[in-house]
Structures are given as structure tokens and as C-alpha cells.
Design a binder for this molecule. Sequence first.
Ligand code: NCD
Length: 364
Amino acid sequence: MSNLIDILDLSVEEIDGLISVANDIIENPGKYAKACEGKILATLFFEPSTRTRLSFESAMLSLGGSVLGFSEAGSSSTAKGESCADTIRTVNCYADIIAMRHPKEGAPVVAAKASHIPIINAGDGGHFHPTQTLTDLLTISRHKGRLNDLTIGICGDLKFGRTVHSLIAAFARYTGIKFVLISPEELCVPEYVKTETLDKKGIPYKEVRTLEEAMPELDILYMTRIQRERFADPAEYERLKNSFVLDLPKLENAKPDLCIMHPLPRVNEISTKVDNDPRACYFDQALCGKYIRMALILKLLAETPMLLSEVPETEQEEMLINKVFCENPRCITSVEQEIDHIFHYTDKENGICRCAYCEAQKKI
Ligand code: NCD
């Protein structure tokens, strides 16, 4: 592995390894202070960010490396119409590793194909956010002492919330996990998450509409923001934006050792009165983000990259290249004309296939 595009690019053993390195960094920061001397991290953020970008930069600086990059697409040549692949080829000349965030789903796959240096997906549209999931796993393991046998409530925008999709994929590989999915009907998890992850792996889950009914059984409550920027219709966002607000009265029936999490930023989902409750973990979560990203940078820089174009031919056989076209308006293929449309069969008998960039499903 030399890129992190999807949390499933890492095995459970590799994730355990990252968590243990992150814990060692927390205990012995001096040991790592020069580990990346002479190395450069590029942070290419085509979409806003506070925690992810700054924690990546702080991580690299704390490893003795340097950082360069941009924090908005408007200040890069993207504003002049440069393709994602050309930007990445250029940055390959100036850096040793790239962390990128992009509004289009699958953009990091395009980047990885064009890159000789490791690509880290720091969030692609409403799709995936694997380094947030690593952050979440480190936080939970430190607060709970385990990643198994947990009932996890995930609340808010489960449709467009990329942190949610990566979190579910990650926890689906641990034992004794139950999900309680709390959202308005309009914002429930995408179908592919249900069929390809929850159903396929036989993971118990239920969908509920209120925080109150979920609260008593939860070990983890993962709040999320309604993702305004992903709505096609602003009126729909206005209607749904205050669907869930966690306040102290709602916590009355919660377990005493509940772990309240949020990837942040919060808009209105958690009252600031909850911040002083010992169960509030979200600012500690932001801190964990730095340490796990330090561990990730160390790991990726120690590996030899493999170009995606070098995937074994047996795997390529199952690909449909420019035979099926993705219609998801949020997919990177919707804006970059030269990218091959690539689909994989998920159910060949019934002609069901999935876009290699954004997971959009099609029947052919
Ligand atoms: C999240 C994101 O960007 O997806 N933020 C983060 O990286 N910590 C959550 C969000 O924006 O709602």
C-alpha cells in the first residue's frame, strides 16, 4: 500500500500498527522529531478545511519535515482549468507525499494514477474520508480501550457525510459491532453502504429517526453536520438543517461512559453546554488527528509506491473501461473529460456494476 484513498486500503493489522505508533508518538514525541527531515508534504486543498489540513501540516512539521500547498482551489491553476492529473504531476516535482481534498468524488483515484509519490485522500466530495476514520479509531481505542463489542450511533447527514461512509467500512471488520443509524429519511446512508458493507457482512443495524430512542444503548455517539455544500436544492438544506441537536437533557438516558464524537466543524448539532460533560470527546478527537497522521506519513514514506496503472491484469479484466458511463454529477468524471469511465461488476449475473471513482451503481 502506498496510497490511502479508501480506509479499506489498510488491513486491520495495519490500522492496529498505526494506532500503536500514534500512541508511541504521544508518549515519546522526541523520538520522532527528525524522522522526516528533508521530506516535503504537499497539502492540496481544493475545498475548505481547518482540522484536516492543519493537523496534516502540524504532523509533518512535528516529524521534522516541511510543508507546502494551497488551501483553496482558486489560488491554484485549477482556477485556470488545469486538470487534477496535471496538478498532481506538477506537485510530484516538488514534494515527497501529497494530502489532497477535493469536492469531486473519486478525484484521489485520478491523482493516484498520475502520481509516483503517495496520495492521501483528505476527503473527496460526499464519498470517503479515511484519515478522519483513523482519527476516530485512535480516539475510540484510547477512550474505550477497544474497537470491538461496541454499539455505535451515527447521527445526522448519513447520505453526504463522507466521514460516516469510511467509519462504517472500517468498523465492519471488527467483531461485536452494532450500528444505530439516526437520520431523517432523506439523509440515510447510501444504498451501496447497506448492500456492500452492512448486509454483505451481516452486521446488525437499525435506522431510527430520533436521538432519544437510540441513546440508552449507545457506547459511541458520532454526531455529524448536515452537509450544506452537497445539496442540489438549498431549500431542502434549510428544511433539514436542524434535524438533530444534542443537548444535556437528551443525554439523561445515556450510558455514563458514552463517548460523544464529532469530526467537526459543528454547526448546531451539539450544544456548547455539552462541551464540559466528561463524555464529550470531540476536541480530543481533533488532537488525535495530528498523531495518527504522523503515524500515517511515516508509514507511507517508508513504502515503495505502486502505480494504479500497474494493478495486476487479472484485476483489470473485471473492469469495464469506457463501456458504462457514470452519471453521478458529483463524480470527478463529470468535470474532467479525459478520464476513462471505469466500472467494476459487483453482481455480474444481474449486470450490476459500480463506478471505480465514486461507487455510483448502475445496472446494464
Ligand atoms: C469533516 C469533513 O470535511 O468531511 N471535517 C473534518 O475533516 N474534520 C466533516 C464535515 O465537514 O462535516
